[in-house]
Ligand binder design. Structure first.
Ligand SMILES: [Zn+2]
Length: 69
């Protein structure tokens, strides 16, 4: 997950050290408390997997592919 942090005071980019929750703006020196979002619930991979089985190309694709040029 990529999060962009901006200073609430001057909108400058904030650099947050790994594991830190306080970021100091290098432009206006404002210290911000960064709330990290809760980790998404982890589910077993089998629940997340989704499989589709197609029986060859659809009728529309077939008509497009086999169209004489
Ligand atoms: Zn700032």
């Amino acid at each position: 997950m990529i999060l962009a942090l901006r200073c609430p005071t001057c909108s400058g980019p904030l650099a947050l050290a790994e594991g830190a929750s306080l970021a100091s703006c290098s432009f206006c020196k404002t210290t911000s408390l960064v709330a990290r979002p809760a980790a998404p619930p982890t589910r077993p991979a089998a629940e997340l997997a989704c499989w589709f089985l197609f029986r060859g190309p659809s009728a529309k694709r077939k008509s497009l592919v086999e169209r004489p040029r």
